[in-house]
Design a protein around this ligand. Sequence first.
Ligand SMILES: [Fe+2]
Length: 262
Amino acid sequence: MGVAAVRTLTMASPQVPALQIEAVPVLADNYVFLLSRGQQAALVDPAVAEPLIALLEARSLELVAVLQTHHHADHIGGTPALLERWPACRVYAAAADLERIPFQSDGVAGGDQFTVLEQPVQVLAVPGHTRAHVAYHLPLSADVFVGDTLFVAGCGRLFEGTPLQLWTALQRLTALPPETRLWCAHEYSAANLRWAIEQVPAADPLAQALKQRLAQVQQLRSRGLPSVPTTVASERATNLFVQAQGPEQLAQLRGHKDTWRG
Ligand SMILES: [Fe+2]
């Protein structure tokens, strides 16, 4: 399995090893995020178990926490088997989704804070894709695990929430400082950008920005690297869903994208 180490914090010291964040591609286009510090690890949205168990064991990592953004199978599918291998592992998930994520040990809600790998984690309520979707913000390192709420130049489908909820969630995420990294759970970037380019008049300066962003993404992908994470600044500049003037415009865009085949 290819693993791209895409983020290492600069807080390393002999006493406190650096927190490292890696994107692990699984299934067709999912990313599981592996956070590690020293010999301890946490996983965000483990869709599968076996490849992750093999990866952690190869590195002698102990799984201490799983963070679930929402209940879909391609985000929680691996967790029960991971818990069999590491029974003391904590599982953070929306308390409101206890029925659909029954193996959670620590039910959370927007505004909650907890600590993983010595990092404070703030829970952001971002309903829309599902009614209880949460995101996990690590303010010290300026990283947010956004699940299926926001993608590069895109957003999640509105399965359970309202356009107002999703619009509010996107605004909340992109109100964070511009350098904040947004870790999206799918590699949808190139298709999203091709769709966006079709929506913008060629003479609009935004069209040029979208084409440049697509070229960046294609360069990363051609080298086998993830196009994730993105940043708040990048999404403010090139995400039409983030730029929507309100819930009605967001719903229009989302409806159009739902049936687009690029
Ligand atoms: Fe999902």
